[in-house]
Design a protein around this ligand. Structure first.
Ligand SMILES: Nc1ncnc2c1ncn2[C@@H]1O[C@H](COP(=O)(O)OP(=O)(O)OP(=O)(O)O)[C@@H](O)[C@H]1O
Ligand SMILES: [Mg+2]
Length: 320
């Protein structure tokens, strides 16, 4: 058989080849919106190299809302970044490129299934190639169909992963059926350069909701009972109260706190019930008074001049 020649090495991967981190670039895998992904060989292992696009070629994930709360310990760096100088932009870029590898290491540590990372070098992330049972690249969740039972099982696994992430203080920020791969063991979470700090970023709550609801809607196609769940609100409430930990069993049930409009209508209902009761009491009292006045009236009258009918009429006329 003719030797299958390796492809030309992309410029950005060349330094990794020079340093002996990558031995061969096998083929391009995917050209995403934010990165180009290649299948590479490192020694005897097949891995994946993700080359981040330059800042001006990327789009939404670099949005300022994702950057909020990212910690920059060095104050010279922080100042440069806030000024937007070239040095500042480079610093920003470096942080962007390193976020994914940092997050991958943290998540792998707490038991979230992510591709095993092998470092990030000059904007090229080396990681495990997630593959299916036959050695082909694993499909994205969007490309697979499943039974209701499978959907319920996988949805529970993904919710568990989202919970573990939140326990670590991380919100994915772009979780969807396009950023989950499915191998023979189940879902694997990918694509994390935009991950946000759950405690420091003011957008973390709605991003968590969007992530969780994307998963609910996706698996809900196969298991419609999931569509009524509210894992996002449940998790966030526990997180805010400092009660979220990896052992917490999520239910997907969450009592929406009463909106102010609801409070108002409940108050109105209570007021109406009180008014009704007051009115009932007042009528009872009036009747009681009338009865006792009727009795006095009868006692005052000569016995022959009045019959029981007269007393009744008098009472009836007062009531009218
Ligand atoms: N570790 C991996 N194993 C197998 N395939 C992968 C891996 N990482 C990425 N891919 C493939 O490459 C595609 C692009 O990767 P990723 O989502 O990380 O990059 P992106 O450019 O940010 O994508 P997007 O198009 O979502 O912006 C994925 O949809 C997936 O098909
Ligand atoms: Mg992606």
């Amino acid at each position: 058989m003719r030797y299958k020649s390796a492809m030309k090495i992309p410029k950005r991967i060349q330094p990794l080849v020079d340093d002996g981190l990558v031995d061969e670039v096998i083929r391009p895998l995917m050209s995403g919106k934010e990165a180009d992904v290649f299948v590479v060989r490192c020694g005897s292992e097949i891995r994946c190299a993700k080359i981040y696009k330059e800042a001006d070629k990327r789009n939404f994930k670099q949005a300022v809302q994702y950057r909020e709360g990212r910690k920059v310990r060095n104050s010279r760096r922080a100042r440069a970044m806030s000024k937007g100088s070239k040095f500042g932009r480079n610093q920003q870029e470096e942080i962007w490129q390193n976020t994914e590898v940092d997050v991958l290491y943290s998540l792998a540590n707490v038991g979230v299934r992510v591709p095993k990372p092998y470092g990030c070098f000059n904007g090229v992330l080396l990681m495990e190639l997630v593959s299916d049972g036959e050695g082909d690249v694993a499909p994205r969740l969007n490309d697979v169909a499943m039974s209701e039972e499978q959907a319920l099982e996988d949805h529970a696994i993904v919710m568990h992963y989202v919970k573990l992430m939140l326990c670590t203080g991380i919100v994915h920020g772009d979780l969807s059926e396009f950023n989950v791969l499915v191998d023979e063991y189940g879902p694997v979470i990918i694509d994390l350069p935009q991950a946000v700090d759950a405690a420091a970023n003011n957008h973390a709550q709605w991003m968590l909701e969007r992530d969780v609801n994307n998963m609910r809607d996706y698996y809900g196609q196969y298991a419609p009972e999931l569509l009524a769940t509210n894992y996002a609100k449940e998790m966030w409430a526990l997180f805010e109260d400092g009660e979220l930990n990896e052992e917490v069993e999520l239910t997907g049930l969450f009592e929406e706190t009463l909106e102010s409009a609801d409070v108002d209508s409940v108050l109105l209902e209570i007021k109406a019930a009180l008014a009704e009761e007051e009115e009932r009491q007042r009528r009872l009292q009036v009747e009681k008074d009338a009865d006792s006045r009727g009795a006095e009236f009868r006692e005052d009258m000569p016995a022959s001049g009045v019959d029981s009918q007269g007393g009744k009429r008098a009472k009836n006329s007062r009531r009218a």
